[in-house]
Design a binder for this molecule. Sequence first.
Ligand SMILES: *[C@@H]1O[C@H](CO)[C@@H](O)[C@H](O)[C@H]1NC(C)=O
Ligand SMILES: *[C@@H]1O[C@H](CO)[C@@H](O)[C@H](O)[C@H]1NC(C)=O
Ligand SMILES: *[C@@H]1O[C@H](CO)[C@@H](O)[C@H](O)[C@H]1NC(C)=O
Ligand SMILES: *[C@@H]1O[C@H](CO)[C@@H](O)[C@H](O)[C@H]1NC(C)=O
Ligand SMILES: *[C@@H]1O[C@H](CO)[C@@H](O)[C@H](O)[C@H]1NC(C)=O
Length: 372
Amino acid sequence: MTFESLFQKYRKTEPKSFYVLKIFVLILLLISLFGYTLLIILDIYKDNPIIQSSLVEENSIPVPVVSMASNIQQIGISCRFVNASGAHDCKQYISYNNSNSIGYFSSKFLAKDLIYSSIPNNGIKSLEFKFYLNDTRYNLSDQLTLPNFIFKMYDPVDSNKFFEAFELPTYIMFPLTIVRLNDYILATYSSYKIKIQRRRKEILLPRLENILGFSTKLESIPYITSTLETSPLLNDTEFPTLLAKITIEAQVFVVQIETDKRTKTVLNSLGLIGGAWGFATTIYTILFGATALKPWGFIQKHGFKIKNSVQKKLKHTLELIPLVHYPESSNNLNNYELKKRLDALQQFLTEYVVDMQYLEEIYKTNINKKGI
Ligand SMILES: *[C@@H]1O[C@H](CO)[C@@H](O)[C@H](O)[C@H]1NC(C)=O
Ligand SMILES: *[C@@H]1O[C@H](CO)[C@@H](O)[C@H](O)[C@H]1NC(C)=O
Ligand SMILES: *[C@@H]1O[C@H](CO)[C@@H](O)[C@H](O)[C@H]1NC(C)=O
Ligand SMILES: *[C@@H]1O[C@H](CO)[C@@H](O)[C@H](O)[C@H]1NC(C)=O
Ligand SMILES: *[C@@H]1O[C@H](CO)[C@@H](O)[C@H](O)[C@H]1NC(C)=O
């Protein structure tokens, strides 16, 4: 049923009060439909994405950026990584902050070319830092002045990269969160083993195609999480004044991906509106019955050039246009004219109103029987 046919003409054979009731119910149904559509639009507008979690196996994890600080200045750091060809020094990746005015030690490890790899020969297996006293005059047995360390790790995402997602109100604190996710304050005289794991957050950007539901535009933000194990520190011959040892390894190469998903998009809400429209139409039909058949659609009525040829053909075949063609006077109707009118009516009915297939089958079987 099309919208147009809802506002059908007032039938002369129906009482006027019935027509008024029909229009009233129709308006009620239309208001409900409109309200429902409005609700759905509001729902789409207010929809918050849900998070879908999935796992993906990756070959490598970039070595995290490590930031190390201590409350005393006399700290030395040694750095080693182990790959397939053995242990190698990595002092060159450590940069020290020499603004010593605050009496504070801080340094940063940044190795863009190092990765943990699940494929041997392709990357490193473990990374190790040793903290030792660079000043033997420091009183190690004084419990009160024992230093502690601040040890932070984060994913080496290109710091020049602009993440649009961080501008969204929901994710404005996210960069801080992921940078602080692996902050440790470590005591001295312990050995630590840190196992890292990579995660990826896929954030839905506020784009039209995301709301429409045709495709999804996501921004991928990797970050790492870690677990820490501790054990007593053993004496080290190389560093007699060793304070702490930290080893960083990759735990698994399975990356957990958290993807934002919209549950309501324009595309999947169209079905709901269509369903409601169908439901309203059914109610209307149950209450007031079906409307007249409309064998002509938009193309026949308004189609460029088609309209003319359709009308011409109809007029040519039927000669008299049935149902609307009345003779001037019904008294002096001759047989010939009556037959023409009947023929036109029959042809019109068979072609536009009644599906003839079933009747034709009956007719054909009868002819066949007679023929035998
Ligand atoms: C150890 O201390 C000396 C002198 O204070 C300094 O020159 C050297 O760079 C320090 N070494 C480390 C690894 O911090
Ligand atoms: C060094 O430390 C000071 C004080 O904490 C800080 O303002 C500065 O940005 C640091 N520089 C580097 C290169 O990390
Ligand atoms: C191990 O690391 C060293 C130093 O970076 C490098 O020269 C060597 O090729 C690496 N070995 C393997 C098997 O990757
Ligand atoms: C080191 O600290 C301990 C405990 O506070 C103290 O007894 C000792 O005299 C100190 N040694 C030096 C060389 O300062
Ligand atoms: C480590 O060295 C210290 C001082 O040299 C010594 O007192 C201690 O017994 C040693 N510990 C072990 C486990 O060898």
